[in-house]
Design a protein around this ligand. Sequence first.
Ligand SMILES: [Zn+2]
Length: 418
Amino acid sequence: MKIEVHGGAREVGGSCIAVETDSCKIALDYGTKLEVEMPKLPKDFDAVVISHAHLDHTGSLLRLCKNNNPTIVGADITRDVTVDLLHDMVKIQNEKGNLDFNDSHAEKVSACWWSRDSVAMPGMSIQLQPAGHVAGAKITTVQAEGKKVVYTGDFCVHDTEILQGLRLETLPKKPDVLITESTYGGKVRPPRKELVKQFIAQLELTMDRCGNVLIPTFAFHRSQEMAKRIDTAIQNGILPKYHVYTISNIAQRINGYFNYHKQLFTKEIKAQKHPFNYRHVKHLYRTTQIETPAVVICTSGFGHAGASLRLLQEWCDDKDNAVILTSGYLPPDSPLKTAKEEGFFKTEDGTYDVKAEVKQIELSGHADQTELVKMVSKVKPKRTVLVHGDLEQAELLAEKIGELTDVCIPQKGEVIDV
Ligand SMILES: [Zn+2]
């Protein structure tokens, strides 16, 4: 058996890993990178297994489906969300003048999708199990030629307000190879309860001084988690009845999928009739509909475009306003990264100084270093391959797990013999 890392090697973005035997070749994820040209990944796979619906794991499916009829395996909700996000990607690309793809290619992804937790390929079996991280996220176990490979995709060990974390004891033990994400391989986060407290305190502090709070998030899952967190806090009297809005048509549509698939979530969520129809969080179509002071949850998550960029431009000049970043990872070129680290950001319209408070509270859906080490020590893999993390993060994790397992941080295109 051979493993080849085509994307997500020593970086976050464009995840794609090939697993090949004499009789079968599959891809684990088929992602793209934001803001750069779509990578040219190989297409000769018997099946493509998708771990979850983030574009860095799915985005290149448009290219794969353009002139082919591949077999794509993943959860129902991953299909629904992926197809919506791909339609959106087509729209954005077309607006930029790139006409390589159209809506029929996104629809083809849906037509080629197999919703399965278990697949038999020639001489190979594939099993999927919940990974935490986002709704529908899966950990994949591949068995072939007497070998076992476990691929974590992105995973989260702790429970959140809406989703149960991965239960480590359910993972297959002693695989020949564990391929794991290492996004936060070098970081230890404070306990989640502490971070939620900080988050609530930051909302109160900003609203008390009549400032606005901008919360840039991803349309899928983080938006729903954030809206539900604030909605529940207001419902329980922890927060006053602020003006709270979401501005993202895709997020609004995904709320519908979440209501429909509510069995994927925690028992509190399952017990509610329509858990993602919020009582105190209102959906808006335009930023001009906002009644200030307000808390606004909107896309894009890194402030590259959409309502989050517009509001960042509008609100950055006032020191009473606040921007809360809940992702620990920010791409090097993102407006939010320079706003946080250097006090300015640049757009096509010019350079903006940021006087508003920019606060990072990492309510992340990824395992941190402590959780990653715990996972490796429970699973006891012979060899561990670190992907989906910058080199620095992967190296810091490698130092911690080096006594437990052989560790490899492959480069793009590197082939690992199993
Ligand atoms: Zn992800």
